[in-house]
Design a protein. Structure first.
Length: 232
């Protein structure tokens, strides 16, 4: 082999080696990994990636170390504190609601009480009354029993009520016909001093009602007269 041929083969070998190097460089560039010899092919990005991975690995290791170094009591304390705060909040809410509800109930009861009292007072003030006058006449006998007066009663008062308001010395009895007045002020029916049938009767506005003195209902302004008769 001549010297010229050796030179040509050497050049071809160098070209082949250069081609292999270029292909390897291209492959290293596409894969994002450093080329043989430890040269980075992606510039600052390629250098930053290992640094970021290293920093992330160090942070993860530090967190693991802190978690391992943290006493189990602190975790329990945090959970306990959170639970206590939750219970306190729930208890406070329940207490506030109970207090509010209690306040509502008290207000409602107070309003009902005032409303009932007001209604009762209004009902009493609206209740009708009657004012009547009453007098006693015993001139047919000895005239020893007399008197007169004006009284106000609740609606439904009777001549017997008017007589009892005027005199306290009234003797009466209850019969099948109603209240019967036997005597007033010591003057009784069928007194032996007087012939015939004697006793007490009443009139309302000059008229003799055909009802018992405890059954007749008086009206406002009526005048009741109790009189003693000796002629039956």
């Amino acid at each position: 082999m001549s010297g010229r041929q050796r030179v040509v083969l050497a050049v071809l070998a160098l070209c082949f080696v250069a081609l292999i190097a270029v292909c390897g460089f291209a492959l290293a560039t596409d894969g994002g990994t450093p080329a043989p010899g430890g040269v980075a092919v992606q510039g600052s990005a390629a250098l930053r990636a290992p640094e970021d991975d290293a920093a992330a690995s160090e942070d993860a290791s530090a967190e693991d170390d802190e978690a391992a170094a943290t006493p189990s009591g602190e975790g329990d304390s945090s959970s306990s504190n959170a639970s206590d705060q939750s219970d306190d909040s729930a208890g406070s809410g329940a207490s506030d609601q109970s207090s509010s509800n209690g306040g509502d109930r008290d207000t409602s009861d107070s309003s009902s009480s005032h409303g009932g009292s007001s209604g009762a007072s209004k009902g009493e003030s609206q209740q009708k009354t009657v004012t009547v006058s009453v007098s006693i006449d015993s001139s047919a006998a000895d005239g020893s029993v007399s008197g007169s007066g004006t009284f106000t009663f609740k609606e439904g008062a009777t001549p017997y009520d008017a007589l009892c308001a005027l005199r306290s010395d009234v003797t009466s009895s209850s019969t099948a016909m109603g209240i019967y007045v036997e005597g007033i002020g010591g003057l009784f029916e069928n007194d032996s001093r007087y012939p015939g049938v004697s006793g007490w009767k009443y009139m309302v506005n000059g008229q003799v009602p055909m009802k018992s003195a405890g059954s007749y209902k008086l009206s406002d302004g009526d005048h009741v007269t109790w009189y003693y008769t000796v002629t039956g």
